[in-house]
Design a binder for this molecule. Structure first.
Ligand code: PGA
Length: 254
């Protein structure tokens, strides 16, 4: 399938950065720089910034995402946030299964799957993150790891629901390390993910899924990474906190 028929998506993942007033200021900087973007532009921000962020981007082409969501609708889950809470304030996307959640907060493929199902049921678009650890790559099991994550994280997700799923391939060794996967390495795994989706669903459904690369993507390497056939966008950490750098990546996707 012609890559240009898939939606290119550049999403910032702000992680635990920016207070609400700082978030507003950064979005005000970003908005004019990306106003004529050809791709979808998203900022995924901390929970407490969400309401301010949704307000700040009103009338612009920037969409807002959260960085996680719980799978239950409500109840005794101290510290958690539900899909209904996100929906009510106008959040459209949610990052799920980020490697930092898997590494530091006990996230498993089972819980990523529960969150993904809940997000889809509520009308939120999940950005489901997968990726191998360095030692898994060194042991040459990248494909096994990715195939397992894709199968488990998307378990019971229907072909219709898949239309609202974005996959982010983020090799864990490349996140926040300044070590980017080469464009060929990124393409190899993104193409592998698409092949897995074709196996689990069908080729047409797989061809329509936006697959992002993430891991030290910046204004210097975005062109080459986004030039690859199966790399349809980026999930950007560090560089998304600097308006000019983020805007340059958005431009590279256009
Ligand atoms: P990075 O983070 O761009 O800072 O490497 C990417 C991510 O974790 O989504």
């Amino acid at each position: 399938m012609d890559k240009s028929k898939r939606k290119a998506i550049i999403a910032g993942n702000w992680k635990m950065n920016k207070t609400p007033s700082e978030a507003k200021a950064l979005l005000e900087e970003i908005k004019p720089l990306v106003a004529d973007a050809d791709c979808e532009v998203i900022a995924c921000v901390p929970y407490v910034d969400l309401a301010v962020a949704v307000e700040a981007v009103k009338g612009s082409n920037v969409k807002i995402g959260a960085e996680n969501v719980h799978w239950e609708e409500k109840g005794a889950f101290t510290g958690e946030i539900s899909t209904g809470m996100l929906k009510e304030i106008g959040v459209e996307y949610v990052v799920l299964g980020h490697s930092e959640r898997r590494q530091y907060f006990g996230e498993t493929d089972e819980t990523v799957n529960k969150r993904t199902k809940a997000a889809l049921a509520a009308g939120l678009k999940p950005i489901v993150c997968v990726g191998e650890l360095l030692w898994e790559r060194e042991c040459d099991i990248t494909e096994e790891v990715i195939a397992r994550q894709i199968k488990l994280d998307l378990w019971d997700v229907t072909e219709d629901e898949l239309k609202n799923v974005v996959i982010a391939y983020e090799p864990v060794w490349a996140i926040g390390t300044g070590k980017t996967a080469t464009a060929d390495q990124a393409e190899e795994v993104c193409a592998f993910i698409r092949a897995q989706l074709a196996k689990l669903y069908n080729q047409e459904a797989a061809d329509a899924v936006t697959i992002q690369y993430g891991g030290s993507m910046n204004d210097g390497n975005a062109d080459e990474l986004l030039g690859k056939a199966d790399v349809d966008g980026g999930l950007i950490g560090g560089a998304s906190l600097v308006a000019e750098k983020f805007a340059a990546i958005v431009k590279a996707a256009g």
